[in-house]
Design a protein around this ligand. Structure first.
Ligand code: SME
Length: 299
């Protein structure tokens, strides 16, 4: 039901409706983390409190202690917040996204002792689904115009955006990065569905559009801003990427090459002018040959 939808609010709304309708709970819904408090999100059931502070109630405690809390009898839980006097037992499940709790799923029952460890196990799996399947990776492949056009053609890529990564200046302009003194690399942020395309495949494609042996120069573009690299946001991806890097070096018969493999430190989108540039300017400059774009469609 949730696959294919990336919007977390839409997914929360449908998951709350499904659980409430099918299971006949008293109240099923989400509270979203906003700064220091939880704010009421999509829910089914009677009206509820809108804001819960960090560490308060069952919801705030589940957030603070970073764990699911099963409450067999709400009267026995110190600090329980009674949005409705009819609620007798409760379960609160954190929703994780990239090592952070971004929301909690809260379910109330009119009966005592409704929830157990089986509910905990399956509700944790369901709560994780609201995040949607997308993953993110950032590729620096020389001039970002061609790199964006290339990755947009890959099946399973759902969103791309060009910008500047891993430099020292916040919110740099294209002109500032162009001075080659800010430390940023031109790169393309690629958001993809991992059940359609793998990180390994995307990275193998990346190596087909760069010269991995060339330092700070791709095509006619020269400068540290045109360096090549892959930038990740989680350690699991780092392991997959290391493997692809290792195999690529072996295939090239080299010990090392100047392609960076680093955690993403920062990313600032470039101006609208640079987004989808080659779609808007089909005859615009691109260091990639027209033939190379055919590779993007290869499985
Ligand atoms: N009982 C919750 C408050 C939210 S309502 O149940 C909808 C709590 O103690 O955090």
């Amino acid at each position: 039901m949730l696959s294919g939808e990336a919007d977390i609010i839409a997914n929360m709304a449908n998951l709350a409706a499904l659980l409430q309708e099918e299971m006949g709970f008293w109240w099923t819904g989400f509270y979203r983390v906003e700064g220091e408090e939880l704010i009421l999100g999509p829910f089914q059931g009677p009206i509820a409190c809108t804001r819960i502070a960090y560490g308060r109630g069952v919801c705030g405690t589940a957030w603070k202690e970073q764990r699911t809390i099963v409450v067999p009898d709400v009267e026995q839980f110190p600090g329980h917040i009674a949005c409705s006097a009819a609620s007798r037992s409760e379960i609160v499940v954190p929703v994780w996204h990239k090592s952070m709790i971004v929301a909690v799923l809260d379910i109330d029952s009119k009966e005592i002792g409704t929830f157990d460890d089986v509910d905990k196990a399956y509700l944790e799996k369901m709560a994780a689904l609201v995040i949607g399947p997308q993953k993110d990776i950032w590729f620096a492949a020389g001039c970002f115009w061609g790199a964006q056009k290339f990755f947009k053609l890959v099946d399973g890529v759902e969103f791309t955006e060009v910008g500047f990564c891993n430099g020292r200046l916040a919110n740099p302009t294209y002109e500032q990065v162009y001075t080659d003194t800010t430390g940023h690399a031109e790169c393309v942020h690629v958001r993809y569905n991992p059940s359609v395309v793998s990180l390994q495949h995307l990275t193998e494609l990346f190596f087909k559009i760069i010269d991995p042996l060339s330092l700070n120069k791709q095509g006619e573009d020269v400068g540290t801003r045109y360096r090549t690299g892959v930038y990740y946001d989680n350690t699991q991806d780092a392991r997959v990427l290391s493997e692809v890097f290792h195999k690529t070096k072996q295939a090239l018969g080299v010990e090392d090459f100047p392609v960076e493999l680093l955690p993403l430190e920062c990313f600032y989108p470039a101006d609208e002018y640079h987004q989808d540039y080659l779609d808007k300017n089909p005859t615009g400059y691109c260091h990639l040959s027209p033939a190379i774009f055919k590779l993007a469609a290869e499985k």
